[in-house]
Design a binder for this molecule. Structure first.
Ligand code: M6R
Length: 593
């Protein structure tokens, strides 16, 4: 959601900002804008629509300092006026904002009773309040501290001051913001990807900190005004990983990367040719009497598989919670809980809010995330990385398999298991995924024939039900077909009423103990006109099953049964000519609650 990039230095800033914003497109946005410091003034270009459109409207004036923004609408529709940057009425300050100000109505009534706001955004309030405090206290840094004390909610701000062309101010609370250090220039960005083409040295900003950035200097301050010493870090991301290469879409590239990601995980989590994870983490899990997995969307679905893995392999009871629910409906806790936060981005606001809550209660936490240095990574006690490489498509695919693989290794090491060799089993899984990815034509054909209706069901039992839920999310988010992932045995208790002629029902069968029952449920929907497709493992398959997958270890089946469903979703969206990598209304990194 929303992205910020800023640059102060010696190069022409326009292309740096537009390219930076393009790398942030994956987060989801509906409008974009830039503010450029010229020798006379600050000029703002912004509008609803894509970066390509912004590129067309940006003027040709020379500028070496500027800020840019992609907006995902929260307050007010996507249009020119609501787009960022926003400028104060007196023209002095121009700023971009990520996040949501919770008390904007209260502040508008308190400070700006007679002021007619031009936009519907909370951001316009921020720029006017800043300008008000600067008039009152005559110093920008003092004004920023007052601003931070007054605003409630999440905000990452990048600010230009017309009276000081040599500085970009930034402010952060709850929304991610990083500083990039260069040689003769400096940058700011919502994530490292926006800056990686220019630099690979970064500083984090913590909540309620602000910074003053010139082309030569970076000064980070606490809200009290005290200067902070901070270590820089570099990113292992390869800028080439952010390119599509010969693929038509990032989603297809990322689906096909899954075998490679699994092999990399096996490699990253090994020592002396054996699977290995930090002993401290293993002990923390062993010492807990119950694990609480907190996550959203696809990561939540991976968490459901995680429950299966921990309970079956490590014999530790697990509860899995949707993070946005957990914050406001916290269950009764066990004596020694450990919280596991699963998140591709490490920035999901709902998960972060849950983390803040359990930290206040004094509990320990582990983040399983793809992004080193992300908020969840920094704020938890223990961390495990997914090593999936940047996931750009909004629809999560390789992060899901990476999450399951990392959870399986953790459960295996915690359980101190010797009766099977997980490393070997995961390698077999990687091979099976490779074979499946070679069957593109089959999945394209099935997608064409099957998704002819406005709605669809994925069904399964137990672990296959969890996969069905993820499969349904994948299909609906990119093809806009209304899809439910359903427990097949539960259909007859009401939902079967929705089945009519040609309703697509796709069943997942990977477990011996549920095979026959699920097949009975398939017969029930077929008898009511459903157009059924069966995805099964070879050892359980029947003659007419359309998608048959080579067998893998029974606890690892979600890693292979999910692949056809990802490809079916991809081809369903492709045939509808939809924006596969950037589906409507969605953001990759959901940084508001
Ligand atoms: O970055 P996270 O894993 O925390 O994101 C959670 C969800 O927003 C994410 O999985 C979302 O559901 C994806 N669009 C699913 O493909």
């Amino acid at each position: 959601m929303c992205g910020i990039v800023g640059y102060i230095g010696y190069k022409d800033v326009k292309d740096i900002l537009l390219t930076g914003l393009q790398t942030l497109e994956y987060r989801g946005y509906d409008s974009a804008g830039v503010a450029l410091f010229t020798d006379k003034d600050i000029v703002v270009y912004k509008d609803k629509g894509r970066i390509e459109h912004l590129r067309q409207i940006v003027g040709s004036e020379a500028s070496c300092t500027g800020i840019g923004h992609t907006r995902w609408a929260t307050h007010g529709v996507p249009n020119h006026v609501n787009s960022h940057p926003h400028q104060s009425l007196d023209g002095r300050f121009v700023l971009v904002h990520n996040g949501v100000i919770e008390n904007d109505d209260e502040l508008k009534h308190k400070y700006f009773v007679d002021y007619k706001f031009k936009s519907e955004t909370d951001t316009e309030l921020v720029v006017e309040l800043l300008s008000y405090y600067v008039r009152k206290y005559k110093a920008v840094d003092v004004a920023l501290r007052h601003l931070m004390n007054r605003l409630h909610g999440s905000y990452a701000l990048a600010i230009l001051d017309k009276e000081d062309p040599d500085v970009i101010y930034i402010v952060k609370n709850k929304s991610p913001l990083l500083i990039g250090k260069g040689d003769g220039f400096n940058m700011v960005g919502s994530d490292v990807m926006a800056m990686l083409k220019e630099t690979n040295e970064f500083y984090e900003l913590d909540d309620l900190e602000y910074a003053k950035i010139t082309k030569e200097k970076i000064e980070i301050y606490e809200i009290t005004g005290a200067l902070i010493e901070r270590e820089s870090f570099s990113s292992k991301l390869d800028p080439n990983d952010m390119e599509k290469g010969t693929y038509a879409h990032f989603m297809l590239k990322e689906i096909e990367e899954q075998p490679f990601v699994l092999r990399r995980i096996i490699d990253e989590y090994k020592k002396d040719e054996k699977l290995y994870m930090d002993e401290e983490i293993i002990n923390a899990v062993r010492q807990s009497d119950r694990l609480y997995i907190i996550a959203a969307g696809t990561s939540y679905h991976a968490g459901l598989i995680g429950k299966e893995l921990f309970e079956k392999i490590a014999k530790i009871p697990v509860e899995v919670h949707i993070s946005s629910e957990f914050v406001y409906n916290t269950p009764l806790m066990s004596q020694k809980p450990l919280f596991i936060f699963i998140s591709q981005s490490g920035e999901t606001a709902d998960s972060r809010a849950s983390l803040v809550k359990i930290k206040k209660m004094g509990y320990q936490s582990l983040a399983i995330t793809n992004v080193e240095g992300s908020t969840l990574y920094r704020e938890t006690n223990y961390q495990l990385l997914l090593h999936a490489g940047p996931e750009i498509a909004v629809a999560s695919t390789k992060a899901y398999s990476a999450q399951i693989a990392v959870l399986s290794i953790l459960a295996y090491l915690v359980g101190d298991i010797n009766d099977f060799d997980l490393r070997h089993e995961l390698s077999l899984v990687a091979n099976v995924i490779e074979t499946l990815c070679d069957e593109n034509e089959l999945f394209e054909e099935i997608a064409k024939k099957t998704f002819t209706k406005r709605n669809c069901f994925y069904i399964g039992r137990c672990i296959d039900f969890y996969v069905a839920q993820e499969a349904a999310l994948k299909l609906k988010e990119i093809s806009y077909i209304q899809t439910e992932g359903f427990a097949s045995g539960e259909l007859k208790h009401g939902t079967i009423a929705l089945i009519e002629d040609d309703t697509p029902v796709i069943a997942v069968i990977s477990q011996e103990n549920t095979n026959l029952n699920t097949r009975s449920n398939i017969k029930e929907v077929k008898a009511r006109g459903a157009n059924t497709v069966i995805i099964s493992l070879k050892s359980l398959s029947a003659e007419k099953d359309q998608i048959v997958i080579d067998d893998v270890h029974p606890l690892l089946t979600p890693l292979v049964t999910i692949i056809p469903t990802q490809l079916l979703a991809y081809y369903a969206a492709l045939h509808r000519d939809l924006d596969i990598d950037k589906p409507r209304n969605l953001a990759k990194s959901v940084t508001v609650e």
